[in-house]
Design a protein around this ligand. Structure first.
Ligand code: SAM
Length: 283
């Protein structure tokens, strides 16, 4: 059963961590002109009006994107966070922050004529919303109402020289951690140079640790991880942090993201911390 709806969480601290990382990753890859196939295995609905009842119910964006938005005038558009906020501003009707974009927008708005984007979304209503979203590079975008991990496995290898994947499940089922690890293993075998960004939650049960251990045991090289911890883990209090795992990050992106996220953490919450490390090294 698909119960999760991202509208309840849109723009929270984890979205900021993920989408800022995604934007810097896209920009780093676009430093070269060769074509890229982008795949978003769990796309969501694409765009989230912040006034929507679901988003207002938990109001998580107050501790996420809104904190940065309030400081944007003090941030240079040349800085990674300032540049990210400037991109976000292009989507607003006025000076107010009224809409938060999901990963399909961060990917779709960056496409060059040579690139393409495949979006997978399994929830029927979320998929319908996604179909309603227009992209400037419409002919390069495919929306599929299908399982994202299975779809990705069938899609690779791709015909473009490069592949960039976002894997961002809801982890509603415990098995998803293992399914993500298995998919990453398959993709790394079929496309050794594939760049993959996996998001995972830091929850009191710490299930992400087993996924990371499985990936290390599988011998997948060049995995870098970033973890943003917003508060101490407390049983029954839910997500205490956000994790990103990047397979084959472009040259020096690890250093850049470490600096960006270290600056981001205290903007999001007092006492928030960031740490990063190479989880696995060269083959
Ligand atoms: N990537 C989105 C973003 O950053 O804006 C958020 C995605 S949300 C965390 C996860 C989404 O995956 C939900 O919309 C859910 O309906 C969808 N989903 C759940 N299981 C799926 C599956 N097996 N294949 C594709 N999508 C799935």
């Amino acid at each position: 059963m698909l119960a999760y709806q991202h509208a309840y969480h849109a723009g929270n601290f984890a979205d900021v961590h993920k989408h800022l990382g995604l934007r810097r990753l896209i920009q780093a890859m676009m430093g070269k002109s060769s074509a890229i196939s982008f795949v978003d295995t769990h796309a969501g609905r694409g765009l989230y009006p912040l006034a929507a009842a679901e988003t207002q119910k938990l109001g998580e964006y107050h501790q996420g994107v809104e904190r940065l938005w309030q400081r944007r005038r003090g941030l240079s558009a040349d800085s990674p966070i300032g540049e990210w906020l400037a991109a976000l501003a292009t989507l607003q009707a006025g000076a107010e922050l009224s809409r938060y974009p999901g990963s399909p927008w961060w990917l779709g708005s960056a496409l060059r004529p040579q690139d393409r984007l495949t979006l997978f979304e399994l929830h029927p209503a979320e998929h319908r919303h996604l179909v309603d979203q227009a992209f400037s590079a419409e002919s390069a975008v495919q929306r599929r109402h299908a399982d994202g991990l299975k779809g990705l496995s069938k899609l690779v290898p791709v015909s473009t020289p490069r592949l960039c994947v976002l894997i961002d499940p809801s982890y509603e089922r415990k098995a998803e951690y293992e399914e993500v690890a298995e998919t990453l293993r398959q993709v790394s075998r079929k496309v050794r140079h594939a760049v993959v960004l996996v998001w995972y939650p830091l929850l009191p049960a710490d299930r992400h640790r087993r996924m990371l251990e499985t990936l290390r045991a599988a011998g997948i090289p060049k995995l870098w991880r970033s973890e943003l911890q917003i508060r101490e883990p407390i049983a029954d209090r839910g997500m205490y942090g956000s994790g990103l795992l990047v397979m084959n990050p472009p040259w020096q992106l690890d250093r850049e993201l470490d600096q960006v996220f270290s600056a981001l953490a205290p903007m999001l919450a007092e006492g928030a911390t960031h740490r990063s490390e190479w989880w696995t090294g060269e083959a």
